[in-house]
Design a binder for this molecule. Structure first.
Ligand code: NAD
Length: 493
């Protein structure tokens, strides 16, 4: 194992190509959510660390990075992707230490997608066209207009803990491919893979200052100092809606652009004409994958009445069959929540559901775990029915392995209930009627609709939410709206 992993284990900052403890002298413990044991310490960055990182990022824009051809830049990003894959086991270990998630999940989703995010955007920027218009002029010679995309500058990346490497690189990939430099503030819960990425950047020759990492919390810590920093040109954020509101207030000073990927309370609609096997398998994943800590996950399910009882019984059977356990046990289907604090939040919703009158079909508490895992943040996979649509458990994002299932009688009724939310991130439809699928999909007020699938991602497509689920779209060419500044050049002929 290389030195970088030691640096990652201690969660040092990575500023201007070097690992550093910074000058704050403040640290906090990194706790394993699977065991409750201390994994290591995280160095907290404050204003001086953010100042140094932003300064390094600004300087790097004017160094070799700023003069690099598109091809050279893309080659470097391919090398970053290869570098992640070359140290796959280190990234996997780091992600599992931080999150406790099953090894099968992290090795199939988190780490490969972390690498793919660099390749996809390295390809994209080489192939994306810009617009061009000929303008008639009175002298008959005309004028040629063409667009030029330039990097926006220093991008602040604020990322969450649920898919740490995947969601951070989903922003860093397009930001760097577009020629920007970044300062990343990963979640305080999951500092390791972001730290480790610094070593890959150095190994493949990404110039110092292009990729910087400062650890810490949000308020009065690295997050708030970074988003308020006048040297930051734009802020891309993934996390809770209410955090997004605070960050937008910081961004207002200096009219800095924001990209926001926030919370959801995503519906699944299951029609009686669905393929039941596919619908159960897909819904199992969309509710319970990553212990329900996926922004795109389904927390509200609407099932057409003739198949309601059968669907609930099948989902219950699936939930009760899942093994909760250690990440390296191949039979483990579900890991812990991210922290004891989040466990308390999810358990408070389990309790509230009962107070609101729910029927607890399965789960609703803390599972018995073996001694070595008993200190972890475990909760039972939980299925609820019987709540009115205005119950808090049906309205609010819980972000745990829990769903509420409601029967419906008509397509219009299902659409109305699905849309009755302040969020608008994703929806899943289960039907074998293609015409119905198209008809319903376009009536749902969300950024992403899956039909007979879930979490099937083509990275070239638009990704983002409507209403309180976010602002803007990332993914494919859509991300370039945020990561680049489009200038028009007009030439009189
Ligand atoms: P969070 O909002 O608590 O934290 C996200 C990040 O913001 C962390 O790095 C945190 O330190 C930082 N932060 C917190 N307060 C801040 C402040 N005042 N200033 C600057 N930074 C601050 O979110 P979380 O709990 O880490 O993640 C879970 C949430 O993220 C859920 O709501 C989930 O739906 C959402 N999410 C959305 C998407 C999406 O693509 N739409 C993807 C994943 C997660």
């Amino acid at each position: 194992m290389k030195d970088g992993f030691t640096a990652a284990r201690d969660a040092l900052h990575f500023i201007n190509g070097a690992y550093t403890k910074g000058t704050s002298g403040r640290t906090f413990d990194n706790i394993s959510p699977a065991t409750g044991q201390k994994i290591g310490v995280v160095h907290e960055g404050l204003k001086p660390e953010i100042d140094a990182a932003v300064e390094a990022a600004r300087a790097a824009l004017h160094g070799p990075w700023g003069y690099m051809s598109l091809t050279q830049r893309s080659e470097l990003l391919y090398a970053v992707a290869d570098g992640i894959n070359a140290r796959f086991d280190d990234f996997l270990e780091a992600e599992i230490l931080d999150t406790g998630k099953p090894k099968g999940l992290a090795s199939h989703v988190d780490i490969p997608r972390g690498a793919a995010n660099f390749k996809t955007f390295a390809d994209l920027v080489k192939n994306v066209p810009t617009e061009s218009f000929m303008l008639d002029t009175p002298d008959g010679f005309g004028a040629l207009n063409y667009g030029v995309r330039k990097p926006k500058g220093v991008i602040a990346v604020i990322s969450p803990w649920n898919l740490p490497l995947l969601l951070m690189t989903w922003k860093v990939g397009p930001a760097l491919a577009s020629g920007n430099t970044v300062v990343v503030k990963p979640s305080e819960e999951t500092p390791l893979t972001t730290t480790l990425l610094g070593e890959v950047m150095n190994d493949v020759g990404v110039p110092p200052g292009v990729f910087n990492v400062v650890h810490g919390f949000g308020p009065d810590s690295a997050g708030a100092f970074l988003t308020a920093h006048p040297g930051v040109d734009a802020i891309t954020f993934t996390g809770e809606t209410r955090t997004g509101e605070i960050i937008m207030q910081s961004a207002a000073k200096g009219l800095r652009q924001v990209s926001m990927e926030c919370g959801g309370k995503n519906p699944g609609i299951v029609f009686a004409d669905c393929d039941m096997e596919k619908a159960i398998e897909g819904t199992m994943r969309s509710v319970f994958a990553n212990c329900g800590q996926v922004c795109l996950g389904t927390e509200r399910i609407y099932v057409e009445r003739p198949i309601f009882d059968q669907f609930v019984a099948r989902l219950k059977e699936g939930a009760e069959f899942m093994k909760l356990g250690a990440s390296d046990d191949p039979e483990t289907a579900m890991g812990p929540l991210i922290s004891k604090e989040h466990q308390q939040k999810v358990l408070s919703y389990y309790k509230l559901a009962v107070e609101e009158g729910a029927t607890v079909v399965t789960g609703g508490g803390v599972p018995d775990m073996p001694d070595d895992l008993a200190g972890g943040a475990w909760v039972q996979p939980t299925i609820l029915t019987g709540l009115p649509e205005d119950a808090r458990c049906v309205k609010e994002e819980i972000f745990g392995p829990v769903c509420h299932i409601t029967p419906f009688d008509t397509e219009d009724e299902a659409i109305a209930m699905a849309n009755d939310t302040e969020y608008g991130l994703a929806a899943a439809l289960w039907t074998e009627d293609l015409t119905r699928a198209h008809r319903v999909a376009r009536r749902l007020d969300v950024g992403i609709v899956w039909v007979n699938s879930w979490f099937l991602r083509d990275l070239r497509t638009a990704f983002g939410g409507s209403n309180q689920s976010g602002i803007g779209r990332e993914g494919g060419v859509h991300g370039l709206e945020f990561y680049t500044e489009l200038s028009n050049v007009c030439i009189k002929l």
